[in-house]
Design a protein around this ligand. Structure first.
Ligand SMILES: [Zn+2]
Length: 449
């Protein structure tokens, strides 16, 4: 099959005007101009998207898809109040609710041109939804607990869950990882044990790190709402929590958590010294600009991470905080915030953010040998983005069209591993109407509780 469009953006090589990609058995076999590929492969079926950009699918390096119906339930609260409210509401959902909630998230991700994701889940609902939909990604088993006496049990339970998930995701495009959620809900022993386990088992280790000012105050000074209201809500009030006197990054370093398999999410409340520590351990970074801005957590000093050569991806962090999976918006907001903050333009180009949204995310999730760019031999995770309504106003620079103009509604086609999952209003692996009607009930439950 030849997929053609106004521009092909391979990411690792310059854009090809009036370009095309040849896909065979789920892999990319050739790239070039449309004319050239049609001449060379006259018997291949042509799928011509005409006024469209053809590029690798977006890699959402951090999300919680099962929280999708929480959108609009808790709005305009600062991070810690939002976290408290979301946690309380989550107690009202049962297993079936999480399953269809994750399917809703998956469906929206596919519609938005996301072809791979890094999802943190306790229930495993996102794993089952991703397997069903045919999406690629790394699913992280969430674990948390402040009672250090429970560490052994929590580890056993997590390992059992991983075994089950391995069975459930056999022959799929899913790999597994582990994730003690954060420093404010996982005791240091648990952090250390999970990190050691991940290194032994060669799994990725994800953690929300240095996100909010409240997390910083909790670790360094042992104070603030995460040391009181949140711990009380979770029933951890009886466990002594003392100030450590160090930043969250220094704290996890002291507990031997950091390593090249660490995926650190947020990294907003970080000093240059913290950034240097993360660099020393070759930590991978996920930047969630819309979530951290919306919840008033602050702005990641992304320029420092880029300058220091970090592997960096973008994450939507779920519709519960962010409302949409729109990766165009994620790139746009990120670029504008960073340019405004650093007063730098050239180093923070639209091209750089498209790279971060595709190849960068794939590198974070260890998928860059298979996807993240359009190269011969890589798997065919490809999207088509309609630019006909831009009326060629920005016709010379396709990257700028993606970042400054397009939205998720412009995604015409989402292909994973050579299979079309979505095309112009139709989902091919998901029952969209069924999912929407089931999640309406979940939404009602959330609103009534
Ligand atoms: Zn998150």
């Amino acid at each position: 099959m030849i997929i053609a469009g106004k521009w092909v953006l391979p990411i690792t090589s310059p854009p090809i005007a009036d370009g095309a990609v040849l896909v065979e058995n789920g892999a990319i076999k050739a790239l070039g101009s449309k004319e050239e590929l049609i001449l060379k492969f006259p018997h291949e079926k042509l799928m011509d998207f005409k006024e469209a950009l053809i590029l690798p699918g977006f890699v959402d390096a951090h999300t919680h898809l099962e929280y999708s119906p929480f959108r609009g339930v808790v709005a305009d609260l600062p991070f810690w109040k939002w976290k408290l409210e979301i946690t309380k509401l989550s107690f009202s959902l049962d297993e079936e609710d999480w399953e269809c909630s994750a399917e809703l998230g998956l469906m929206e991700a596919v519609r938005a041109g996301i072809t791979a994701l890094g999802d943190i889940t306790k229930s495993g609902a996102s794993l089952r939804a991703a397997v069903k939909a045919g999406l690629r990604g790394c699913i992280f088993a969430e674990v948390s607990g402040m009672d250090h006496r429970q560490t052994e049990n929590l580890m056993k339970e997590m390992i059992k869950r991983l075994d089950n998930w391995r069975n459930e995701s056999k022959n799929s495009l899913i790999s597994l990882g582990v994730s003690p959620y954060s420093v404010y809900n996982s005791c240091p022993l648990l952090l250390k044990e999970v990190a050691e386990f991940s290194r032994q088992e060669n799994l990725l280790f994800a953690i929300h790190l240095a996100g909010s000012r409240q997390e910083y105050d909790f670790v360094k000074y042992g104070s603030g709402p995460l040391a009181h209201q949140y711990r009380d809500l979770m029933g951890w009030g009886e466990f002594l929590w003392q100030p450590t006197g160090v930043s969250p990054v220094r704290y996890v370093e002291n507990w031997q958590v950091l390593a090249p398999n660490t995926v650190a999410i947020h990294c907003v409340q970080v000093s240059e010294e913290d950034i240097d520590i993360l660099r020393r351990y070759e930590v991978r970074i996920v930047h969630c600009p819309r979530t951290s801005s919306k919840l008033g957590m602050g702005i990641t000093p992304l320029w420092s991470f880029i300058r220091k050569g970090f592997v960096t991806g973008l994450g939507t962090d779920s519709p519960a905080s962010n409302y949409t999976n729109d990766f165009f918006d994620e790139m746009r907001v990120s670029l504008l915030l960073q340019r405004g903050l650093s007063a730098r333009v050239e180093a923070l180009s639209a091209e750089k953010f498209v790279e971060m949204a595709t190849l960068g995310g794939a590198q974070v999730l260890g998928l860059d040998d298979k996807v993240g760019s359009l190269e011969i031999g890589k798997r065919a995770d490809i999207i088509a983005v309609d630019i006909s309504e831009a009326h060629e106003a920005f016709g010379r620079d396709p990257y700028s069209l993606l970042v400054y103009w397009a939205n998720q509604e412009n995604v015409m086609m989402t292909m994973v591993d050579g299979k079309i999952l979505y095309r112009e209003g139709n989902f091919y692996s998901l029952d969209s109407e069924g999912i929407i009607s089931k999640t309406r009930k979940v939404k009602k439950k959330l609103l009534d509780s």
